[in-house]
Design a protein around this ligand. Structure first.
Ligand code: ADP
Length: 389
């Protein structure tokens, strides 16, 4: 029977998973990837590496536990009778004490849960599947992999707020997120011998951020204390003058919960377009507000790219990844056109084809599209954490 690792990736808009068989040398081989939904539209959907459909099953009105149970049962019976020996999780916030992937104990799960105030909407989504599996399969080893960990290399001044130091001692500092995605891209760059380039990775999905890589390690990023900072996102505001928050609290009579809802769920592309958080829908719409949302997204992305190029002292390589970065030629084109002054020159044909390299040879900045693969990063961490590799 195959020994198998399940990698769960609870993102801002979905719960993705990867199923990895463990090879002889303990290395992971992807057997399936897919997503699960919960609630009314609950489902399991999976495909094999080359896109061959494996399962697409509706499980109407199922809870998170029901769906995870159905997923584990599918892997262990219909999908070739595999034996799941460990399960890895993407955890959004590791705070100041979780960096390396860990085999989770009940105390650690509580400690990770206790970080929820730092990421009120996302941390519970990370912890939910862990607690569900503890209930269903108490003996299954679960490994936590932290999105903040990749940014531990960011040093002052880049990780510092200009607040009195006492707040920094309380953990109020810039952490950075999407670390597993950046780790995935950094290891690809290393595999092709391009780690030494000053690189900005643009992770543009529902959640969006940038990471500046020097010699393959993070030296700056656009998300800070929370996943609200930096770029305009699907429903999140990105960087905002803190005076706006004070004004809303003091003069608009807004309660903290309402403010949280506004900033996390009503802002960004959705707030500006008054129509959708989905870039595909905005691109397809003739409504001027949809165009304005697109333009603000691009404007703010280029402004932040320029800021990170400043941190790096120049730019050799720009990498697009995640849903929008990998699939929207219109966003990539608009961003690259604005960055012409920085030596970025896009090849229109290559961009339309979503080619791996989309810069013209004369561009001083190489522009790449790289699919991110957070699940594979999780699977590797799992196997390391349980001593297989
Ligand atoms: P998450 O942060 O939830 O993992 P994804 O990385 O899947 O999100 O990105 C979702 C975003 O990618 C959505 O805004 C979606 O519209 C956008 N997207 C996906 N495919 C395309 C496409 N072909 N053109 C434009 N945008 C796309």
């Amino acid at each position: 029977m195959n020994r198998t690792v399940l990698a769960l990736n609870a993102g801002s808009s979905s719960l993705k998973f990867g199923v990895y068989d463990v090879g002889r040398a303990g290395e992971p081989h992807m057997a399936a990837r897919g997503s699960v939904g919960i609630g009314l539209s609950a489902h399991i959907k999976a495909e094999a590496e080359k896109g061959k459909p494996l399962v697409d099953r509706a499980l109407p009105d199922s809870s998170l536990e029901d769906v995870l149970e159905a997923l584990l049962t599918w892997i262990e019976t219909e999908f070739g009778g595999r034996r799941v020996t460990a399960c890895g999780h993407r955890i959004v916030h590791g705070g100041t004490s979780f960096f390396d992937p860990v085999v989770l104990t009940p105390e650690q799960i509580d400690a990770i849960d206790a970080l929820s105030p730092l990421s009120p909407l996302h941390q519970p989504r990370s912890v939910g599947p862990i607690r569900a599996i503890v209930k269903m399969r108490p003996r299954l080893r679960q490994i936590g992999c932290f999105d903040t960990a990749f940014h531990r290399t960011i040093r002052p001044p880049a990780n510092r707020f200009a607040l009195p130091r006492a707040y920094e001692r309380k953990g109020i500092r810039r952490y950075g997120f999407h670390g597993l995605s950046y780790e995935s891209i950094a290891s690809r760059l290393q595999a092709v011998g391009k780690s030494d380039r000053r690189t900005i990775v643009a992770h543009l999905g529902n959640g969006a951020s940038l990471c500046a890589l020097r010699n393959g390690v993070s030296v700056d990023t656009t998300m800070g204390f929370s996943v609200l900072d930096g770029l305009v996102m699907g429903t999140r505001c990105g960087a905002l003058d803190p005076g706006v928050l004070l004004y809303l609290l003091q003069h608009e009579g807004m309660a903290p919960r309402e403010l949280q809802h506004l900033l996390y769920e009503k802002s960004g592309l959705l707030g500006i377009s008054e129509m959708s958080a989905d870039m595909r829908e905005l691109e397809a719409s003739a409504d001027p507000k949809a165009r304005e949302a697109f333009e603000l997204f691009v404007f703010r992305a280029t402004r932040e790219i320029a800021a990170l190029a400043n941190t790096l002292g120049g730019l050799d390589c720009l990498v697009f990844t995640a849903g929008i970065g990998e699939h929207s030629d219109a966003v990539r084109e608009a961003i690259c056109r604005r960055l012409g002054w920085l030596g970025v020159a896009i090849d229109d044909d290559a961009n339309l084809r979503h080619a791996p390299t989309i810069s013209v040879p004369a561009s001083t900045v190489e522009i790449n599209i790289m699919p991110t693969d957070e699940e594979s990063v999780i699977a590797r961490h799992v196997l390391k954490a349980i001593g297989e590799i």
